[in-house]
Design a protein around this ligand. Structure first.
Ligand code: HAM
Length: 421
């Protein structure tokens, strides 16, 4: 084989693509019901957008971005996430003029050069919801509720909703200096990366995958929630109260800071034991300063994104994909002199939105019927010269094995009736 797909990428093949479309359709329908408007942004952006929003010391920016120079020597990056591009578009296109609160959703391809494993790809897909313009806990609660509800709609029950509050920037400053003090004596025991994180952006210690670093945090790190301001705490309590009322059970995860720098106050993730090591189905939180940081008017916002490949794994695990059955008719014909009739018939079926298959290999009638069976046709229309002279065709019910001679004039009407019952 001369060419293979790039490591960490995936083909969605015809035998499976209905699952992809099923997921997409359901998300679109769900977003539509909840009045979120679709947004699509370019595949790449200027690199600085991601550095500025996600943060220099995050894994995404420091290790995982696909960054390249174009012929004009501009540094561009394939988007590793959607929040920054959406906010860039919000500012650039003045979407604040559309409404004081704008609710957006997306389904898009993202790129991160991570070590590929189950549920972790280098090109992957996210669906996501963003509410831009509300600072109130109702908005956080709506996002968490929607995240949960969407997964429930797919039939997923095994999930844990983890929430935390990392406070606003001011109260976090206080926490970070206390965190530094508490961990100073342990600094040498941290892994190399964490020692750098300790100096540059200490909150990022929580992203470390090393067991030993996590154990140090468990033992020595104070809980962020104990240091957030009264306003932050009230906001968080309201979020918790609202989601509980909405029927979302959650647990507070004091170490959940999420791996991107733009979060303020609420952070959350929904994990599932259906997934294996990469167990986050979706994650998000509030990001009240991002619009301003990227050059817009101060505008609060909150959102979530979920991994489509992970959702796929979960649905496969619990057998919740529908089958790919579709009723269609197979046109089988013999001889050159019925060809014009067949072409006309195809046009009529198409105009009446009746799904069909037709032999394109000039096979024998027997081989065509075998093909019809193999493909799972609901009916076959057998077009023969003799019958056609009497303006008739044979209609065969492939499930019942019954065939009848019917007039060409009533064919469409009969098919329509049969296909709806
Ligand atoms: P994130 O946690 O980086 O957040 O990604 C969200 C979800 O995307 C994850 O929970 C996971 O399901 C999926 N995901 C991430 N990386 C991969 C990968 N390499 N392969 C497969 N799936 C993956 C964000 O991206 C934020 N922009 C979410 C957000 C929206 N926050 C506010 N609004």
């Amino acid at each position: 084989m001369k060419y293979r797909r790039v490591r960490g990428t995936k083909d969605i093949l015809p035998q499976d693509s209905y699952k992809w479309l099923y997921i997409e359709d359901k998300i679109k329908n769900f977003a539509n019901i909840h009045n979120y408007k679709y947004i699509k942004t370019p595949a790449f952006e200027v690199t600085d957008l991601f550095i500025r929003s996600i943060g220099d010391d995050t894994d995404i920016v420091s290790k995982e971005m696909y960054t390249f120079k174009d012929k004009g020597n501009n540094s561009l990056t394939l988007k590793p996430e959607m929040t920054a591009p959406v906010i860039r578009a919000y500012i650039e296109e003045r979407l604040n003029q559309l409404a004081s609160v704008i609710k957006l959703y997306y389904i898009d391809s993202l790129f991160r050069q991570e070590r590929p494993q189950k549920g972790r790809l280098r090109q992957f897909h996210q669906y996501g919801f963003e509410i831009i313009g509300s600072s109130y806990p109702e908005a956080d609660a709506e996002i968490i509720f929607l995240s949960y509800q969407l997964l429930r709609r797919f039939g997923i029950e095994n999930m844990t909703v983890k929430v935390n509050s990392i406070g606003d920037r001011e109260s976090r400053k206080k926490y970070l200096s206390i965190l530094r003090e508490s961990l100073e004596p342990q600094k040498k025991k941290l892994c190399k990366t964490c020692q750098i994180r300790f100096e540059r952006n200490i909150l990022r210690l929580f992203d470390c995958k090393e067991q030993s670093c996590q154990a140090i945090l468990d033992e020595h790190a104070p809980r962020i929630i104990d240091y957030i301001s009264k306003d932050d705490r009230e906001h968080f309590d309201e979020v918790l109260r609202f989601i509980e009322k909405a029927g979302v059970e959650c647990v507070i995860d004091h170490k959940l800071v999420r791996g991107l720098d733009y979060y303020t106050r609420t952070t959350f993730e929904i994990t599932s034991n259906l997934l294996g090591a990469q167990d986050a189905l979706c994650g998000g939180g509030r990001y009240d300063h991002l619009v301003e940081d990227l050059g817009g008017q101060p505008t609060p916002a909150v959102g979530v994104a979920g991994g489509i490949e992970r959702l796929w794994i979960a649905l496969e695990e619990i057998g919740k994909f529908p089958t790919d059955n579709k009723d269609f008719v197979y046109i089988a014909s013999v001889g050159d002199d019925v060809k014009d009739f067949v072409i006309n018939l195809i046009r009529e079926l198409s105009e009446n939105s009746i799904s069909y298959e037709v032999d394109l290999l000039r096979r024998s009638l027997k081989a065509q019927m075998r093909d019809a069976n193999k493909k799972g046709a609901r009916f076959s229309i057998i077009v023969g010269n003799e019958e056609l002279k009497k303006n008739m065709v044979v209609l065969k019910d492939m499930q019942e094995g019954i065939q009848e001679l019917i007039s060409v004039d009533s064919l469409i009407k009969i098919l329509k009736e049969k296909l709806t019952t």
